[in-house]
Ligand binder design. Structure first.
Ligand SMILES: [Zn+2]
Length: 249
């Protein structure tokens, strides 16, 4: 059976269409899959929150990647988790100096949001990214170290200043989780992981909470970053770095 016929049959069975181009079949068709970026690049937001560690993103938040993020987050299309995890893994590992073990810390979602969606997409793709990177030889694990305090509003609709105020002091570290995994003793390097980097204030708040708990945060990694409004030509993906040896299978 040719790929097209098989995808057509799958579409009849499952009602699937590519989130990128609408072609019947897989959630991401082979054509759109082949067009996804392979590397990642630094993606500084403008303005940059003071003290933010270097944020890396695999893609601009647009087109197929944006449709993938929304498909997993809003429609629960779990088949999108793997391709999204590959993008996140590139943002974690691209040009990462070799050395001490790496711990990926997913940005926590609001508990009410997780309940409403029935899943936590950020944790899902972070866990899958870690599995792929482990297969690629990186000493990496995932720890849900962050908790969100109550009273935090949905960020959508808030501007950069509003987001920063809303998020200030909104996260705390689970001291039990830190002690249990002996993270300070092992001198691990932390990477804050999220799906989309917008103003950077969520990532900065996660970094603040982790650093106040005595942990070392070395970068922020996201699937995608919103384009800078003033310099759209420098959106991530235009000068990708490399991830040698990863995802080579
Ligand atoms: Zn497609």
């Amino acid at each position: 059976m040719t790929e097209t016929v098989r995808d057509g049959a799958l579409d009849l069975l499952l009602g699937g269409v590519c989130v990128g181009c609408g072609r019947p079949g897989r959630l991401v068709c082979p054509v759109c899959l082949a067009e996804l970026p392979e590397g990642a690049a630094p993606a500084w937001p403008t303005p940059t929150p003071a003290g933010l560690v270097e944020p890396w993103a695999a893609s601009a938040y647009a087109g197929t990647v944006r449709a993938m993020v929304l498909g997993l987050k809003e429609r629960g299309l779990l088949g999108l988790a793997s391709p999204l995890a590959r993008l996140l893994a590139a943002a974690v590992a691209c040009d990462l100096p070799r050395g001490r073990p790496v711990v990926l810390v997913p940005v926590p979602s609001r508990p009410a949001t997780v309940r409403a969606r029935g899943h936590d997409p950020t944790h899902t793709i972070t866990a899958r990214a870690a599995r792929g990177l482990t297969r690629g030889g990186l000493d990496v694990e995932v720890r849900r170290l962050l908790r969100q305090r109550s009273g935090v509003l949905d960020q959508a609709g808030l501007d950069a200043a509003g987001r920063a105020v809303n998020l200030s002091g909104s996260m705390r570290v689970s001291e039990t989780a830190v002690r249990r995994s002996r993270l300070r003793l092992r001198r691990v390097r932390l990477v804050v992981c999220d799906d989309v980097l917008t103003t950077g204030s969520t990532a900065r708040e996660a970094q603040r909470a982790l650093e106040e708990a005595g942990l070392e945060v070395i970068r922020v990694a996201t699937v995608a970053a919103t384009r800078r409004r003033d310099r759209a030509d420098t959106a991530p993906g235009t000068t990708p770095g490399t991830t040698p040896g990863l995802w080579s299978s």
